[in-house]
Write a protein that binds this ligand. Structure first.
Ligand code: TTP
Ligand code: MG
Ligand code: MG
Length: 511
């Protein structure tokens, strides 16, 4: 390959990130919400915003904001609990398209991944081409990819291309929304220089504080400060890494972790930890980081693992398996703490790690639904275990309908819950491929109304041989990018060209 150890001479790494992902999936699935502010997240008292559509962002709503604040800023938005199963299905389609470009695809979350084009079918051509030709090819591949994603899902993605992961990710941020940016090798320092230090991976709020106190605010400041000063401020390994990034040097490879079996984080300490309380505090921090990763991957896990390396480099792991998969920070932290308090730490601890394995995907019960059901249940009766999915004694169950949830009505067909209260539930009957639909209200226990699985965003995706809407979708073995994918597009799909959240919700008659 024609690249030195530090930076490639070709912009052959791409980073793709879906635009306003959860909210965009909701708009694609629910025609009446297109062009309108949509906010997805925990709707309960302590809920936070997962994401907001770009229409809602104009009101200042953003990820991680308390839901109560979002309601004040944008009271007319549609507030929806998430539908993890739907997001996962879309994610699988997107990741499948990326894998046609290269076997080296590194997903970072449901809506985001790096791809190393040199490792794929276009690698040899890229390696032969002169720089200008290679850049044109990368741009063409990336535009085809974005078009394919839109054709298959109706959603927009932003793509960055560069010679390193660092720069590709920065490029995709610059490309947002619905764009493509290529950063030419050699441009790294010029692009990075004016950015705040937080733009670099590995610089969080704590490191930012340390740097700010030393008068270092921009990436250019870091580059000028030099390695020695950064090592002094941040310690050897972190300081060296940060300095390299600040001058645009990043040789981290794209690593395919197709199906992670566990999620874990660990930390080595400069000075061995000898005090039990201190160890437990570090365990708390690691558990919180581990949970963030777990959630970013849309997973939950059943086994909590604690790793301890002692002063003499003896390393041991302890694990505890829970009754069911969880991504609850309190549960994971408590379990990790329990494991840590059983370990002999005499002599000191050099490294600690917290991980979660036996990962599960969210299926019927998604994150938010779970949280809300728990909240609702806690208010009413002792927590149900959630173990039975089969029919339960009618009179014992008050059905809880969540805003956004998919349902099916015997007479009116597929729809989604718009709201519920005082014994009634309001459902809008529309599908991803219909026009905006009508609303009807039912009693919450109407036997004709059932929870349903998400519909595919493209009607023809539902015509697989398996009867399972998504079965035929993942590995459509057709030619790689550049192919117009005629067979896949949205034949007969009225929306194929207008995907935009920008076009107002012009009411088309329902089917
Ligand atoms: P992001 O890619 O960070 O955000 P986004 O896709 O909503 O918007 P954009 O990329 O256009 O800026 O996250 C992807 C999804 O992950 C997001 O749609 C919802 C979820 N998420 C959370 O649940 N909580 C969070 O704090 C963040 C940042 C994202
Ligand atoms: Mg995104
Ligand atoms: Mg993302």
């Amino acid at each position: 390959m024609r690249h030195d150890r530090q930076v490639r001479s070709l912009p052959s790494i791409i980073h793709l990130d879906m635009d306003a992902f959860f909210a965009a999936v909701e708009q694609a699935a629910k025609p009446s919400l297109r062009g309108k502010p949509v906010i997805v997240g925990g709707l309960g008292g302590r809920g936070v915003v997962s994401t907001a559509s770009y229409e809602a962002r104009r009101f200042g709503v953003h990820s991680a904001m308390p839901m109560a604040q979002a309601r004040r800023l944008c009271p007319n938005a549609a507030f929806l609990a998430g539908r993890f199963e739907a997001y996962r299905q879309v994610s699988e389609i997107v990741m499948g398209l990326l894998r046609e470009l290269s076997p080296l695809v590194q997903p970072l979350s449901l809506d985001e991944a790096f791809v190393d084009l040199e490792a794929g079918p276009y690698g040899p051509v890229l390696a032969e081409a002169d720089l200008a030709t290679a850049e044109r090819l990368v741009v063409a591949l990336a535009e085809d990819l974005r078009a394919d994603i839109e054709r298959r899902t109706g959603l927009t993605a932003s793509v960055g291309a560069a010679g390193s992961k660092l720069m590709a990710k920065i490029a995709s941020e610059q490309a947002k929304p619905d764009g493509l940016v290529l950063i030419e090798p050699g441009e790294e320092r010029a692009v990075l220089g004016p950015m705040p230090v937080r733009a670099l991976p590995g610089i969080g709020p704590a490191t930012e504080q340390v740097l700010r106190r030393a008068g270092l605010n921009t990436v250019a400041d870091l580059a000028e400060a030099g390695e020695a000063e950064l090592v002094q401020l941040l310690g050897r390994s972190h300081g060296v890494g940060v300095h390299q990034m600040s001058i645009g040097l990043d040789d981290r490879p794209v690593v395919a972790d197709q199906d992670a079996k566990s999620v874990s984080v660990e930390d080595t300490f400069e000075v061995d930890l000898a005090d039990r309380e201190r160890v437990l505090r570090e365990v708390d921090v690691l558990a919180a980081r581990c949970v963030r990763r777990l959630r970013a991957a849309g997973r939950s896990g059943r086994t909590v693992v604690l790793k301890v390396r002692r002063f003499d480099f003896s390393t041991l792991t302890r694990s505890e398996t829970l009754r069911g998969p969880t991504d609850d920070e309190a549960v994971i932290t408590e379990t990790a703490r329990r494991l840590a308090s059983q370990v002999d730490i005499t002599g000191g601890v050099r490294l600690l790690g917290v991980g979660v394995s036996q990962l599960a995907d969210y299926t019927q019960e998604d994150l938010f639904a779970q949280a809300e059901r728990e909240e609702a249940a806690a208010e009413q009766h002792p927590a149900p275990t959630g173990e039975d999915h089969g029919p339960v004694e009618e009179e014992a169950v008050v059905r809880h309908w969540l805003p956004g949830q998919d349902v099916h009505h015997d007479e009116f067909g597929p729809g989604w819950v718009q709201g519920s209260g005082v014994g009634r539930v309001t459902v809008r009957f529309e599908t991803p491929w219909s026009g905006p639909g009508r609303v009807r209200t039912f009693a919450v226990d109407d036997p004709a109304l059932e929870p349903a699985r998400p519909l595919p965003l493209r009607r023809d995706a539902g015509r697989g041989e398996h009867g399972d809407a998504w079965a035929g979708d993942g590995g459509a073995g057709d030619a790689p990018a550049g192919d117009a994918r005629a067979g896949d597009g949205g034949a007969g799909d009225a929306r194929a060209g207008d995907g935009g959240p920008e076009d107002g919700g012009a009411a088309e008659p329902g089917e």
